[in-house]
Write a protein of this length. Structure first.
Length: 327
């Protein structure tokens, strides 16, 4: 007898699994079938419950269709090599369509709609997770393929900057270093360039900025004036940068400058350049999201990764900028 009960239980479990697989495999067919079954059931119940449930189902159906459309667009973008098009589309695709919190929905009737709403809510949750996964794979994953090994050039470093022996870290010190005169050195601006310069193709690198209250990051053209006392961080003067001021004020130094509203404090920044496309893009590596892009630029000089750790500020901004491996 116990064996028979176990077999019946196993058979029922297999039927439930089969039904779930069918529901989540064919999205449109499943939604239409659920809607049809619910309407038939509701025809036998009170009019008010029928109208309420029908409206909610239609609204949820439209949300799911929109999520599926967005996922399809992201799948198509993930296979494109046109990074400029990807950046242009990212701002609209990174914004998730407004959706209702369906877990709070209740039907004020005796109609048995719980099964339907549980299935639809779970389906929407699955789509949300898929959408988040596609967003994380599109954009940052693409540019990380162009990662390069970047090291700091001590011949360009301002005398107050302290560089690590491996050329991967830079911070501002309180004592002027005894460094030789060099035409490549920044004498007034507390900045340093990388040894590696690029005059074609694409390149990408990442920098840890965790714990800092001020910094500048980006790229600079080779011909920038390194002896100028008050430099202007702008494309016109040969700089394409994103900066942090006062611990939480982010800005893209475009023409004109653009204030950036970020939901979380940056801890690691990715910088991507497409020389031929005239594109410089910045990413929040932690959240795998796009921060800002300079587009439509014309590059003629060699471009170098640019770093400014900001003043030490009595230890408040002592953490170094760290060039990290791209994982």
């Amino acid at each position: 007898m116990n064996l028979i009960i176990i077999l019946i239980y196993q058979k029922n479990r297999e039927k439930e699994k089969s039904s779930s697989v069918e529901l989540f495999t064919d999205l449109i067919r499943s939604i239409e079938r659920c809607q049809s079954d619910q309407l038939k059931m509701m025809e036998e119940q009170q009019k008010a419950a029928e109208k309420q449930a029908e409206d909610l189902i239609k609204e949820l159906y439209q949300e799911i269709i929109e999520l599926k459309r967005r996922i399809t667009e992201l799948e198509q973008l993930s296979h494109t090599d046109d990074h400029l098009h990807l950046i242009q589309m990212s701002s609209s695709l990174n914004t998730r369509p407004h959706t209702k919190n369906w877990t709070e929905i209740r039907i004020d009737s005796d109609v048995n709609v719980n099964t339907l709403f549980i299935a639809l809510t779970q389906l929407k949750k699955t789509l949300d997770e898929t959408l988040d996964e596609k967003l994380s794979q599109t954009g940052l994953k693409f540019v990380q393929k162009f990662a390069v090994d970047v090291t700091l050039d001590p011949d360009t470093a301002h005398p107050y900057l302290i560089l690590s022996d491996d050329g991967k870290q830079v911070s501002h010190g309180d004592i002027k270093q005894n460094v030789p005169e060099n035409p490549k050195r920044f004498d007034e601006d507390c900045s340093v360039l990388a040894k590696q310069g690029f005059s074609s193709g694409r390149f990408y690198y990442e920098v840890q900025v965790k714990g800092k209250t001020e910094w500048d990051l980006g790229v600079a053209r080779e011909s920038v004036d390194r002896k100028k006392e008050d430099i202007t961080l702008s494309p016109e003067d040969g700089y394409w940068t994103v900066i942090l001021r006062n611990e939480n004020e982010y800005e893209a130094c475009d023409d004109p400058s653009v204030s950036l509203s970020l939901s979380v404090k940056l801890e690691k920044v990715g910088v991507f350049v497409d020389y031929e496309e005239g594109l410089v893009s910045f990413y929040d590596v932690g959240s795998r999201s796009h921060i800002y892009s300079f587009t439509g630029q014309t590059f003629t000089d060699k471009l170098y990764p640019y770093f400014c750790p900001g003043l030490n500020d009595k230890g408040k901004n002592s953490n170094p900028l760290i060039i990290t491996p791209v994982r």
